[in-house]
Design a protein around this ligand. Structure first.
Ligand code: IPD
Ligand code: CA
Ligand code: CA
Length: 269
């Protein structure tokens, strides 16, 4: 593993330690699914357990760094210059249903900019990581975005809308609009961090989704950038923790995808 920066090293350790307990918990899901109680409560405690392991490891190394995490919220709030952004299980519904498509996602932000990211899929044992200026990697190999040049032939991922979204109709119309412009049907795999990792390693040519939370995408953003892709926020939502609308792509189809999503009306064809 080409991890030679102190930050990445700490993130890697935290990730590996947490993933051991996460894999054990995932093994329990199958039994719980057929029990009358179901896996709901168990999953929410697995989420908290995983997050605690990660945060404890990160803060052991850098006690005064800030943390923004999905379950705990903010720690050391005053430190806005050095911050960990943590999602302990990204893809909870998949996890809950015994579907092996979820990840641990940890981003490191310095002076409000994501510098380092790690996304670990513990079931496939795929570790994606990137650091500003050092490229993006999957396990031992350098990864790069795809070379697809036109949107029509691209494989595009998306997600949502959330059950409580006020924009459901608009989001469904957007799916329709993009679907009509591409040959291969849209993919919705249910883990935004892994969707971004897929853009970074060229499995997806592009991805967009509305109303994401910062912890879903922090690590993925640096991964896509370091793999040679582009990321953009739609609208002026850069400072929102939740409800961030993100477009990510291999760069070559970026303008076409962005213009299409921004276009208001669905053309009849
Ligand atoms: C969710 C996943 C999913 C996305 C949702 C997120 P969670 O995160 O990233 O792909 O569509 O918007 O909330 O809840 O599983 O951590
Ligand atoms: Ca998430
Ligand atoms: Ca989560």
């Amino acid at each position: 593993m080409r991890i030679n920066s102190p930050k990445l090293n700490i993130m890697y350790k935290a990730c590996m330690k947490a993933s051991k307990s996460l894999i054990r918990d995932f093994g329990e899901i199958e039994n719980l699914q057929v029990s009358s109680k179901g896996p709901g409560d168990f999953v929410s405690s697995a989420d908290k357990r995983t997050e605690k392991i990660i945060i404890d490891e990160l803060l052991k190394a850098y006690p005064d760094y800030g943390v923004l995490s999905e379950e705990t919220g903010k720690i050391n709030e005053k430190n806005e210059n050095n911050r960990w952004i943590v999602d302990p299980i990204d893809g909870t519904s998949n996890f809950l249903n015994g579907i092996p498509q979820f990840a641990i996602s940890i981003g490191y932000e310095e002076d409000k900019e994501i510098k380092t990211g790690i996304i670990y899929d513990p079931i496939k044992n795929e570790l994606f990581f990137a650091e500003t200026g050092s490229g993006a990697f999957l396990n031992n190999s350098r990864i790069r975005v795809s070379k697809k040049k036109n949107l029509k032939q691209s494989l595009i991922g998306t997600g949502g809308p959330k059950s409580n979204s006020k924009l459901k109709d608009e989001i469904y119309l957007e799916f329709l609009k993009v679907s009509k412009s591409i040959d291969i049907p849209l993919r919705k795999f249910g883990s935004a961090s892994l969707d971004l990792a897929s853009v970074a390693c060229g499995r997806f040519d592009g991805f967009w989704q509305r109303e994401l939370s910062y912890w879903d995408i922090a690590a993925g953003i640096i991964l896509v950038k370091e793999a040679g892709g582009f990321t953009d926020f739609l609208d002026n939502d850069v400072n929102e923790t939740k409800k961030r609308n993100l477009v990510a792509s291999n760069s070559l189809i970026h303008k076409e995808l962005l213009d299409l999503i921004k276009k208001k009306n669905i053309e009849k064809n």
